[in-house]
Design a binder for this molecule. Structure first.
Ligand code: ZN
Length: 302
């Protein structure tokens, strides 16, 4: 069910806002009307377009589950961070940014993108600037850069209504996603900290629960702690040298094999890969002859 909060409308996504959908937000400024992330569902967005004015479509980031029905709206209305625009211009680049290399998987994803997400290459967009405050007419929005999930991920803060749109820092129990080629664990942590400290009274996440009418409280720490728990499981597993394939077949991120297999195997590899890279850069693990092992820190003798 939609919830109207002054000039801001929370539009609940199909399937409870779970992938391949996400919740959308409609902003009805006196001058300019905006849809954020047109991916809640075909019916809701068709109805919105028929009954209301839509001058601009904003994307929080480049992922397919945030733009499934972008094609309903006129080209030239799109606004996104410049850092996230490239994958929208070309489906090959889109797949490259996910790190999909295998030809068969690329073909599969191309079909999914064209048929399920109505992917159409965009050749123009008006870029949202970090930290700019946009006045839509009796409705002000601050653009909050929150990189990590994607390089150009944006959250939006409505200072007068004290509402914060979190985007994909969605506070779910699964935890954050940072498995793309240009995702970053370090930036994800910084972005969670930034969002947590914004003085809001209501919070909107892109998936699942969606609208938080009171402070998510411990969910903030739980969400961030998922990152450290994933890391700890990997470190514990590397008490003896292990190959990448051994690490992946232990399902340290997802806990157990899931279906559809190709999808989750890819995700496990992507997220575990990011952690291995992070741990290696921080010299907590080392790669020797194709095997990863934990680096033991020697305590000084007193
Ligand atoms: Zn996303």
């Amino acid at each position: 069910m939609d919830i109207q909060l002054g000039k801001i409308r929370f539009i609940r996504g199909d399937n409870g806002g779970k992938y391949p959908f996400s919740h959308s937000v409609y902003l009805e400024g006196d001058n300019t009307c905006v849809v954020i992330d047109p991916s809640c569902g075909l019916q809701q967005l068709t109805e919105l377009k028929e009954k209301k004015k839509v001058d601009q479509v904003w994307l929080s980031h480049w992922h397919e589950d945030h733009m499934g029905f972008l094609n309903l709206f006129d080209k030239g209305t799109l606004r996104i961070a410049e850092r996230d625009f490239l994958p929208l211009t070309d489906l090959e680049i889109f797949l490259d940014w996910y790190g999909i290399k295998e030809e068969q998987l690329r073909e599969l994803w191309k079909n999914v993108m064209l048929n399920n997400f109505n992917y159409q290459p965009q050749n123009t967009a008006w870029f949202l600037q970090d930290d700019e405050v946009i006045d839509l007419g009796s409705l002000r929005v601050q653009v909050i850069p929150t990189p990590g999930h994607t390089p150009g991920h944006l959250s939006f803060f409505f200072p007068d209504e004290e509402i914060l749109f979190l985007g994909d820092y969605d506070l779910t129990s699964f935890g954050p996603w940072y498995g793309d080629v240009y995702s970053s664990i370090e930036q994800t942590i910084e972005s969670i900290h930034r969002l947590k400290n914004i003085p809001a009274r209501r919070w909107i996440a892109s998936h699942n629960a969606g609208l938080f009418e009171k402070n998510p409280g411990s969910l903030w720490n739980d969400y961030e702690n998922v990152i450290y728990q994933r890391e700890e499981r990997i470190l514990n597993f590397l008490d003896k040298p292990k190959t990448l394939e051994q690490i992946l077949s232990a399902w340290l991120i997802y806990g157990r094999p899931r279906e559809p297999k190709e999808f989750f195997e890819f995700n496990e590899r992507a997220l575990a890969g990011k952690h291995l890279d992070y741990l290696e850069r921080h010299r907590k693990i080392a790669l020797n002859q194709g095997r990863y092992t934990r680096v033991e820190i020697l305590k000084p003798i007193k």
